[in-house]
Design a protein around this ligand. Structure first.
Ligand code: NAD
Ligand code: UD1
Length: 338
């Protein structure tokens, strides 16, 4: 049993990972400022697991407040989810993204060093690959980013690589997530976006539940079999397991490691729509729209390295992901607000 600090633990991926950690018998401490989440998610994680979580309502950008967490707890590792993630908003308000994502991470590193906590898993993103030269994408591909959100992820990766060179006692996992979707099978926790969703699956589920009129499919003239973009959708519970595997690796004193967390399978927008229609049991209205700026035709992981080195293999299918995304949405049409 280890004592794990989870920053951003009330969020979408964080809440599912906290649950996975509790189920493995770890003790979890969450730090969250609820800028994009609701404390109800933590209550529900406690309900599902039958275990308690220690919560600090705190902004990781506030060094003094954040330090209290380290003073009061002898931690074994940190999983750092806290961050802002909306690509479009990062283009309109770049400083907010640089401030929040970079300062929170710099504070975290200072505190980890000061309090001798040497194991860190960081939420990076497949966005650091930009438009890849080919698919599947391997971890050693060139990195390039095209928006402030993506730049914060790449900058933090660079910071961590620099930091690791001169702090060899640190073990750091850079985890590059592909497209997390779905929800815990209980239907009690899931993705609860603010306002109109930017991402595909929450948009579809909100159309299915009657909150939005129709899905706009961004582009049907891409060089893909059906003309719509291809992505590597991964069940959020698989992603949560990926963190458990990565933590085990950190405890082997591995230094800095980098892993894709994806399934290795690519599905087009229309294929996801069909899977969602099957889960919902009725057609979902949609219309083709122009391409969305910044979208790339195809993006999917090589999951080989994560499998070989940390034994991670995604087990849920696209139909499982669709079923669980719908189960969450239909049970919680207003997200955590109700
Ligand atoms: P989320 O917004 O649901 O969770 C992030 C959590 O961090 C929220 O609870 C938010 O309130 C909290 N937070 C933000 N800034 C904070 C701060 N300064 N101090 C304390 N808490 C703070 O997002 P998510 O989908 O769970 O993503 C988690 C991480 O994974 C993020 O870093 C995100 O960039 C990264 N990521 C997400 C995706 C995705 O598709 N969801 C893909 C790749 C990477
Ligand atoms: C997006 C971000 C990425 C971020 C990830 C997780 C962009 C360009 N990329 O990835 O940086 O890490 O979310 O937050 O924003 N689609 C539609 N209609 C919609 C919504 C999406 O057709 O209403 C299509 C998109 O064109 C894309 C696919 O669905 O082809 C998936 O989109 P989305 O869920 O937003 O994920 P990404 O764009 O892959």
């Amino acid at each position: 049993m280890k004592k794990i600090l989870v920053t951003g633990g009330a969020g979408y991926i964080g809440s599912h990972t906290v649950l996975a950690l509790l189920e493995k018998g770890h003790e979890v401490i969450i730090v969250d400022n609820f800028s994009n989440s609701n404390p109800e998610s933590i209550r529900r994680v406690e309900k599902i697991s039958g275990k308690k979580v220690k919560l600090y309502t705190c902004d990781c950008c506030n060094l003094d407040e954040f330090a209290t967490v380290f003073k009061e707890n002898k931690l074994d590792a940190v999983i750092h989810f806290a961050g802002l993630k909306a690509v479009g908003e990062s283009v309109s308000i770049p400083l907010k993204y640089y401030q929040n994502n970079l300062i929170s991470t710099l504070n975290l590193l200072e505190l980890m060093k000061q309090y001798h906590v040497y194991n860190l898993a960081f939420s990076s993103s497949a966005t650091v690959y930009g438009e890849p030269k080919s698919v599947p994408i391997f971890e050693d591909f060139d990195l390039h980013v095209s928006n402030p959100y993506g730049r914060t992820k790449l900058m933090i990766e660079d910071i961590l690589r620099d930091f690791s060179k001169v702090n060899p006692q640190f073990n750091i996992a850079l985890l590059r997530y592909f497209n997390p979707i779905g929800a815990h099978a209980s239907g009690l926790i899931g993705e609860d976006p603010n306002g109109i969703p930017n991402n595909l699956v929450p948009y579809i589920t909100q159309v299915a539940v009657g909150k939005l009129k129709e899905l706009g499919v961004f582009g049907n003239d891409y060089p893909t079999p059906d003309g719509t973009c291809i992505r590597d959708y991964i069940h959020v519970c698989d992603l949560a397991e990926g963190h458990v595997c990565a933590l085990d690796k950190l405890f082997t004193n591995c230094g800095l490691v980098t892993y894709n967390l994806g399934t290795g399978n690519g599905y087009s927008v229309l294929e996801v729509l069909r899977a969602m229609e099957k889960a919902v049991g009725k057609p979902i209205p949609y219309a083709f729209k122009p391409r969305r700026e910044g979208d790339i035709p195809a993006c999917f992981a090589s999951p080989e390295k994560a499998y070989k080195e940390i034994g991670f293999k995604a087990k849920y299918s696209i139909d499982d992901m669709a079923r669980d995304a719908w189960n969450w949405q239909k049970n919680n049409p207003q997200g955590y607000a109700k």
